[in-house]
Ligand binder design. Structure first.
Ligand code: GRF
Length: 224
């Protein structure tokens, strides 16, 4: 069954772009029913428009409470016929009102190897800490920020002289690969959650092994 996605963005939307490209290339059986942003200026909204996708901006500052903002988002998302939520650089904390509405079909990408470096400055925190491996995580969302069951992670090296920007760029390359891959698995009905553990049902697809400078587990499949 084709996934009916709402993609939520606050900024550049490069992950949104990777997802659009993968859908247009026929790699994921999904339709983006809505791209929603809390910011008028989010470049992700421009990207969506370029591809003829429906967009909505809901300015969170116009709402007295997080709950009221979340209710407005729920209404827009439902009215566009989406029921799978893809958080792609959406920089607002979601309340239980939103999460309970769509749970368990909410996924997020975080630019760190969770559970390390939660929060809004993960790349800066990792670069500052001096870790030798950084990375990104796609996970199901629960009511605690950056905490839900992990679907896939990619690790990248942190080299001498790296800073927040160079590490961030290296992480982002892998974000653009693992997010579409995770959505493909979801669309194929191959993900099941058992407590903290996500089980990926096997397929016939050829796997891409560990590559120079990158480690992805579970392995990427051909085309990603
Ligand atoms: C990404 O690093 C993502 O992991 C984080 O916010 C950033 C969004 O980038 N949650 P973009 O808007 O997809 O380019």
């Amino acid at each position: 069954m084709s996934l009916a996605l709402a993609v939520l963005v606050s900024g550049s939307g490069s992950n949104l772009q990777a997802i659009i490209d993968a859908i247009e290339a026929g790699k994921i059986d999904a339709e983006i029913k809505l791209v929603l942003s809390n910011k008028e200026t989010a470049y992700g909204i421009e990207r969506a428009k370029k591809h003829g996708l429906p967009t909505v901006v809901i300015n969170h500052t116009a709402f007295e409470t997080r709950e009221a903002f979340d209710r407005a988002m729920v209404q827009e998302i439902r009215s566009h016929g989406a029921d799978v939520i893809v958080l792609a650089g959406f920089m607002r904390i979601l309340t239980p009102i939103f999460i309970r509405e769509f749970f368990p079909k909410i996924i997020n990408i975080h630019p760190a190897l969770l559970p390390s470096f939660t929060g809004a400055h993960a790349q800066r925190d990792a670069a500052g800490y001096g870790v030798r491996l950084a990375g990104c995580t796609v996970h199901f969302v629960d009511e605690i920020m950056d905490s839900g069951p992990v679907i896939v992670q990619a690790a990248v090296p942190v080299n001498a002289g790296d800073d927040e920007d160079t590490v961030g760029a290296r992480i982002l390359e892998y974000e653009h690969r693992i997010y579409p891959q995770a959505l493909k698995w979801l669309a194929e009905g191959r993900l099941t959650v058992d407590g903290r553990h996500v089980h990926l049902a096997p397929s016939e697809a050829a796997l891409i092994g560990p590559e120079a400078g990158g480690l992805v587990n579970p392995p990427l499949e051909e085309g990603f």
